[in-house]
Each structure stands twice: as structure tokens, then as C-alpha cells.
Design a protein around this ligand. Structure first.
Ligand code: ZN
Length: 269
């Protein structure tokens, strides 16, 4: 009996020590760990103790810990199909893609995104689904007008939750498209696209064409926008499929794991 108690004691002591040792080992052994961000990981983890280690590291690698529109970096390769543009990364001033093509209705996208959208749309039509493009490429100036109108009408906080600031919009990359299941809508939220069969289909299949849902509802604090079921971003079939296979819903997390400067992990074509 005494022996049993002793064994139990040793076991419980071991279990008390092990998780600490394991989590301490995890951080620097993590494949996404960058030594330059060491102190920031520590601070971010302390502020978000429930966040899985992979996510915490990825978010810091994606500058989420800096806060929105703070410590803004200008992207080095704005023409990259997998460019991250958000509240911490902007496009170089005056950026305009040089391969924009018409997708009908007065809208334009970059050639590869346009071709993949048309392919996806044709496959959806064949299956009985209908989608309508509500917005695609936007110039810096049109984004500036949109944002400034938003600020005038609703104030900065609400405007920031609904419109990217000029230079920070994915629409300026020519790789983002707003889609709805019907076209006669003046307020995007009114359409309740998230309840449509088209949205359900896209959630299951859009990655096969290289598109991802960019502002998922579960990550409002991380991407900083309202839930936008209509906003889909072309990142290429390789990246979209890798996100699907790795179970990553948020592009910032994928960027922090695979695309941030200094990360060794290879990027799918
Ligand atoms: Zn959009």
C-alpha cells in the first residue's frame, strides 16, 4: 500500500513538471519559430494564454501582435499571387496590377484570378448555383473615397471594421472579389449570403479553384473586419489547397507559418 502511494506521488509530481518542460521545449523547436520574434512570442502568449502555440507564433510572424495600422510594413512583392495585404501590410503607393482583365459587368481582376473565377462560376452554373460579382478590382482612389465616406457616415471605428484604409485593401491587388447569390442588393449584409447554398458550396469547394474566404466569422479579432461572407480572395490553388489540408482558416495564420520572411517551410506553387 505504501508503495502504491509513493508511486502515485512520483507520478503526480512528474505530471506536474512535464507539461511545463514540454511547452518550454515546444516554442523554440516549433518549425515556425523565428529567433528575432522571441520576445514578442512571449508577450503575445502571456496576453493570450489559451491560444495554441502554432497560432500564437504564426500571428506574431504576421505582425498581429502590433495592433491594427501600427508598425505598418509595405509589401516587398505586391505582384505575388499570395501577397498578404491587411491592416498591417500595405501596397506600395500608386500600385496597380499590370495584368487586369475584364470579368464583365464593368469589373476587373488579375488575369489568373479572372480565369479561375470564370472556371469556378461555370462549374457552379452547371450544378445549378448562381453567383453575381458585386465588386472586384478597386483603385487606391476608389478605396480612399469608400473609406472616407464610411468615416463621414459612421465614424472611424465603424468605418475601420467595414472598409480597409486606402493602400490596405485586397481589392487593390486585383485578387479579391465580392460575390453574392443575387444581384439586386444595396446592402451586402442584407443578402445573408452565409445562409445560401452557394456559400455552402464555396466553403467546400472554392479552394480547388484557388479561392479562400478571407474574413471568417471566428477570427474577427485577428483580421479586424466584420464577417464578410461575400469577400473571396484568390491566393492560387497551391496555397488554398495547403490551407484546406492543414485546416487553416485564416490567411494571416498561413502567412505566419509559411510565407513570412525568414520562414524555411516551402511554399506550394
Ligand atoms: Zn471585398
Amino acid at each position: 500500500m505504501k508503495k502504491c502511494i509513493a508511486t502515485l506521488l512520483i507520478t503526480s509530481v512528474l505530471f506536474a513538471i512535464l507539461p511545463v518542460a514540454a511547452s518550454a521545449a515546444k516554442i523554440s523547436d516549433n518549425p515556425y519559430y523565428l529567433d528575432i520574434n522571441k520576445a514578442r512570442y512571449k508577450a503575445y502568449q502571456a496576453a493570450h494564454p489559451d491560444l495554441p502555440v502554432n497560432a500564437a507564433i504564426a500571428y506574431v510572424n504576421a505582425d498581429i501582435d502590433k495592433g491594427f495600422y501600427n508598425g505598418i510594413e509595405t509589401v516587398a512583392d505586391p505582384d505575388s499571387i499570395s501577397v498578404l495585404v491587411n491592416k498591417n501590410f500595405n501596397l506600395p503607393l500608386g500600385y496597380e496590377p499590370d495584368d487586369l482583365v475584364s470579368i464583365g459587368g464593368g469589373y476587373r481582376l488579375r488575369a489568373e484570378a479572372a480565369a479561375q473565377l470564370q472556371k469556378m462560376k461555370a462549374d457552379m452554373t452547371a450544378l445549378g448555383y448562381k453567383i453575381y460579382v458585386m465588386s472586384a478590382y478597386r483603385t487606391y482612389q476608389s478605396q480612399l473615397n469608400k473609406y472616407e465616406t464610411g468615416v463621414k457616415l459612421y465614424g472611424v471605428a465603424v468605418a475601420d471594421s467595414e472598409y480597409a484604409r486606402p493602400g490596405h485593401s485586397e481589392h487593390q491587388t486585383g485578387l479579391a472579389v465580392d460575390i453574392l447569390q443575387r444581384s439586386n442588393v444595396c446592402d451586402m449584409e442584407q443578402a445573408k449570403f452565409e445562409n445560401s447554398k452557394e456559400f455552402a458550396w464555396l466553403t467546400e469547394n472554392a479552394y480547388k479553384y484557388g479561392f479562400i474566404l478571407r474574413y471568417p466569422e471566428e477570427y474577427l479579432d485577428i483580421h479586424g473586419f466584420i464577417f464578410e461572407p461575400w469577400h473571396w480572395r484568390y491566393v492560387g490553388v497551391g496555397v488554398a489547397t495547403a490551407m484546406h489540408d492543414e485546416g487553416i482558416a485564416l490567411f494571416e495564420e498561413y502567412y505566419g507559418r509559411h510565407l513570412a520572411p525568414g520562414i524555411n517551410a516551402s511554399t506550394p506553387e
